[in-house]
Design a binder for this molecule. Structure first.
Ligand code: F0G
Length: 478
């Protein structure tokens, strides 16, 4: 019998509604290879985290069940990327893979000059060696810690000009990663002569993977031009940023991710890139710019620090895989799968009432530890405490983006408690399924439910001067 859908149909006395359901959106890929992961007991994890001095970076990865430490270099490459590896040209100079990579980068960004580096911080090191000197100021939106490190280690200042709203995790704004144009303009008006350049991080990792709007990028460009300054995009997650512009900003819904990315870069003078994120490779990075003088300046540092100009710290095969990865990850379906998964996890946390930086960003959930562990004083590092509790609960490894990461003030040597204290749960690209998301959500719920009983945190017993969070050693406060 032929039944017309979406119509009321009568079978004698029976009246029933037949509806066409909206099709769910599944992943834009299928799985060809899998990797075994092991579970563990709470007793094992309690011992392991103690052995690791309560620093999750110090845990051997085999002691982790679901690894949300970072989305950096942890993505799954596609079959096309693995195929490209085999075609890599390992020539020391003039590698074909370099030229292929350069062509893709120029096509996506409009930047003609490209220098490969072994990862993002190496790109910063090479370019900033040319651009940053003692006493300089580099305004930006919540500089990532390596970016800040490369500025501060040169005795310059990383001036945070992020919009104040970013600090209120419960406020819903579409572009919470934006630069506060008034703060930027003030910095330029007062200290323009000291400003080396402006750096805009897309997406804004430290503020919670929050995007920057095209409007904001245009405004930064306008102010930069007014004061004769140049702009660098810290582009680790530029494709995710483009996705948010497409889905949230008026006028971009019908544009492709590639068109949006190209427009984003049109407002910048150059970029540093950690290819381990939106390039979906396990290692790699690059500098790209439209200015010959920046290229010439950076070249001088690339050779001694990274390697010859056509490999700069990368294997030929890795450059080949990166060229494919950049192309693939600037297609809508790939980004849509990824960001929907992060949004799925966020929706589970909403069910349980767990507070995180809203609306959820592109690569991670940032749980607001201050709102969860209200009994743990900030001097005892609530976000780190929450990270340890979550690990003990289910072997889920997150990362503190908070007071430990913030390091000490370089002048006063006091801990910096002015920023946010978040537990970041990064989602690796194309690696976990939504069942893993459910484990993370339920584990966090269990910790959340007993939050009132967590009254003490941790104290630092050993630390380094810069970027202490990787190696810091802690002890529980009883
Ligand atoms: N810029 C941003 C915005 C980053 O998130 C990172 C790295 C870098 C630069 C440095 O790149 O690691 O390739 O040297 N972020 C990682 C993270 C480590 O976990 O967020 P890298």
């Amino acid at each position: 019998m032929y039944v017309k859908l979406n119509k009321w149909i009568n079978f004698g006395d029976l009246s029933l509604k037949s509806t066409t359901m909206e099709l769910p959106i599944a992943e834009s890929w299928k799985i060809k290879m899998v990797e075994h992961i092991r579970t563990s007991t709470r007793e094992e994890r309690e011992q392991w985290i103690k052995d690791a001095h309560y620093n999750l970076f110090q845990l051997p990865a085999d002691q982790v069940y679901i690894d949300c430490l970072t989305d950096s270099g942890t993505g799954a490459m596609s079959d096309r990327q693995w195929a490209a590896l085999m075609m890599g040209d390992e020539s020391y100079a003039g590698s074909r893979s370099f030229y292929e990579l350069k062509d893709v980068i120029t096509r996506l960004t409009g930047f003609e000059y490209v220098i490969p580096t072994h990862q993002g911080r190496a790109a910063e090191n090479v370019l900033f060696s040319h651009l940053v000197k003692e006493g300089d100021i580099v305004p930006g939106n919540s500089h990532f810690d390596t970016t800040k490190g490369h500025i501060e280690s040169r005795k310059a200042t990383a001036l945070d000009c992020t919009i104040d709203e970013a600090k209120n995790t419960q406020l819903e704004l579409p572009f919470k990663g934006n630069v506060d144009i008034a703060k930027l303009e003030k910095a330029l008006a007062e200290n323009g002569d000291k400003v080396a350049f402006i750096v805009v991080t897309v997406t804004n990792n430290t503020a919670g993977g929050q995007p920057v709007s095209m409007e904001n990028l245009k405004e930064v460009r306008r102010v930069a031009d007014k004061y004769g300054k140049r702009v660098i995009l810290d582009s680790a997650r530029f494709a995710e940023n483009a996705y948010f512009i497409k889905t949230r900003e008026e006028g971009y819904a019908d544009k492709t991710i590639k068109e949006i990315a190209r427009e984003m870069f049109s407002y910048a003078d150059g970029m540093t890139m950690s290819a381990k994120k939106d390039g979906i490779v396990n290692m790699g990075g690059f500098i790209a710019t439209r200015h010959e003088d920046w290229y010439e300046g950076a070249k001088k540092y690339c050779i001694p620090f990274e390697g010859y100009l056509t490999y700069g710290g990368m294997n030929g095969r890795d450059m080949a895989a990166l060229a494919v990865g950049l192309d693939e990850n600037t297609e809508f379906d790939n980004l849509d799968t990824r960001i929907r998964q992060v949004q799925y996890l966020a929706s589970r946390l909403d069910e349980f009432g767990i507070p995180y930086q809203r609306p959820v960003g592109g690569h991670a959930i940032f749980v607001d530890a201050g709102l969860v562990l209200t009994k743990v004083p900030k001097e005892e590092f609530p976000a780190q405490t929450l990270a340890i509790e979550l690990y003990k609960e289910a072997g889920v490894r997150g990362c503190e983006i908070g007071y430990i990461l913030a390091d000490r003030d370089p002048v006063t040597r006091e801990n910096r408690f002015g920023g946010m204290d978040l537990l970041r749960l990064c989602i690796a690209r194309r690696v976990y399924t939504n069942n893993h998301m459910d484990v993370i959500a339920v584990a966090l719920k269990n910790v959340f439910d007993r939050r009132e009983s967590i009254t003490h945190g941790y104290k630092i017993v050993w630390e380094t001067e810069l970027m202490r969070h990787f190696t810091v050693q802690l002890e529980p406060i009883q």
